[in-house]
Design a protein around this ligand. Structure first.
Ligand code: RNT
Ligand code: ZN
Length: 410
């Protein structure tokens, strides 16, 4: 079936072998927080910051060991090259030791480095500016309270040091993403002050010397959160201007815009003005709901834009969703496979479409685009899974893991 598909794609000028090669070498950073509903190991605080997991499916990981075992199950069922994306709240403390967010050290992540190195994975990192008692009135780096602001600046600095440690120990670059939940529920009386303080806080964080060829600091924007409907400090314009003037990397989460705005339409503009572009790939439903990524129109369109721009090497691709209403491992794997499917789909688009547009041949462009949708894409995808030694039917494997492992977690 694959050789037939290969011929049919070749007939429209597409090299499936080249596509498969590119696909398997494009790293996707797996967010660790799908495994335990964004809880982490460093505090008993409920998830805060205007984000929420919903659902109560049994079997959530409660310890570092359980989370690592679950990630192994995900790795086994996911093709391609991967990194692991950690949050600071996943620090692992040994022998009753504890360090607060402004005091965490590389050694609190030793177990993760060991885990990553044994599996040949790179590590990406995120300071955790939420779910913590020092978040005062919903504010962190933009707080008017100097004590609060300083605490979080120190957290950011600690995280740069830990990111460098990851890059050094794994021999692979580390992407460190800054996202803060700060904002207001209702119309603010001052929009400039919080944004100025946020700007100054990030300036302080990135003023610590670090190797800019190994650690890539990214900044994630957002339009609103639950309880932060009126205003968020780190808006799209704030982040875009900040990254351009400080020469760091923008991060676009496709759940962080108004529902009619599409990240697929924004990628080209960002690529023209930035050396790198980071994505948090998610699926917003009516709001920033972080549903599991599916093989849907917008995910495909985002990847088409990246591939058409020949920009894969400029991208830092990461997943970001959290569903607690279904088997968490299945949620993880489905989302990761969807991302890779969308990338493969984009890699199988003929380059000739561009010239149809440039020659104003919109009739043929529409016809060819529609024809492409029913090409034997599934056969190429299954060939990829086969070559990567990954089961096509992952449900049975996950069901078995649920019955034998997850069921025991009471
Ligand atoms: C929240 C942001 C952020 C978080 C993670 C946990 O709206 O998308 O990326 O999802 O940092
Ligand atoms: Zn995100």
């Amino acid at each position: 079936m694959y050789s037939e598909a290969k011929e049919r794609y070749a007939a429209i000028g597409v090299d499936t072998e080249k596509a498969l090669e590119t696909l398997k070498n494009t790293p996707i950073s797996i967010h660790c927080w799908q495994g335990d509903d964004v809880v982490g190991f460093d505090s008993k605080e409920a998830l805060s910051g205007g984000i929420q997991t919903t659902g109560n499916y049994p079997g959530k990981a409660r310890t570092p060991e359980e989370l690592m075992n679950d990630i192994d199950e995900v790795l086994k069922l996911t093709p391609g090259k991967k990194k692991i994306n950690l949050h600071a709240c996943y620090a692992i403390f040994k022998d009753g030791e504890f360090a607060d967010r402004d005091a965490i050290q590389p050694r609190h992540f030793e177990a993760w480095v060991k885990f990553a190195n044994e599996r040949g994975l790179g590590i990406d990192f995120n300071p955790t500016f939420f779910s913590h008692p020092m978040v005062k009135d919903g504010l962190t780096l933009s707080s008017p309270d100097e004590k609060v602001r300083k605490f979080w600046v120190e957290h950011g600095k600690r995280c740069i040091e830990i990111s460098e440690y990851f890059a050094k120990e794994t021999g692979k670059p580390c992407v460190m993403n800054i996202w803060i939940p700060d904002g207001y529920k209702d119309w603010p009386a001052d929009r400039l002050g919080p944004r100025r303080r946020y700007m100054e806080s990030i300036d302080e964080i990135i003023s610590v010397p670090y190797d800019k060829t190994k650690v890539f600091v990214t900044l994630e924007s957002k339009v609103f959160g639950i309880g932060l409907e009126a205003y968020t400090v780190g808006s799209a314009e704030f982040c875009s201007n900040y990254v351009n003037t400080r020469h760091i990397t923008p991060l676009m989460d496709n759940g962080h815009y108004h529902p009619t705005e599409m990240v697929s339409d924004k990628i080209s503009s960002m690529l023209l003005f930035n050396e790198h572009l980071a994505l948090h790939i998610t699926r917003p439903m009516r709001w920033d709901s972080d549903h599991v990524v599916l093989f849907d129109d917008e995910t495909r369109e985002m990847f088409k834009e990246i591939v058409r721009a020949d920009a894969l090497s400029k991208m830092f691709l990461a997943t970001d969703y959290f569903d607690a209403s279904i088997n968490r491992i299945s949620a993880w794997v489905t989302g990761l496979r969807s991302v890779q499917k969308a990338l493969l789909y984009a890699l199988l688009e003929p380059a000739s479409f561009k010239s149809l547009q440039d020659n104003s041949n919109f009739t043929e462009l529409m016809v060819r685009q529609e024809e492409l949708k029913t090409m034997p894409f599934g056969d190429v995808w299954e060939e990829y899974l086969k070559r990567e030694n990954v089961a096509v039917d992952y449900y049975s494997e996950i069901k078995n893991y649920e019955d034998t492992v997850l069921k025991e977690r009471k």
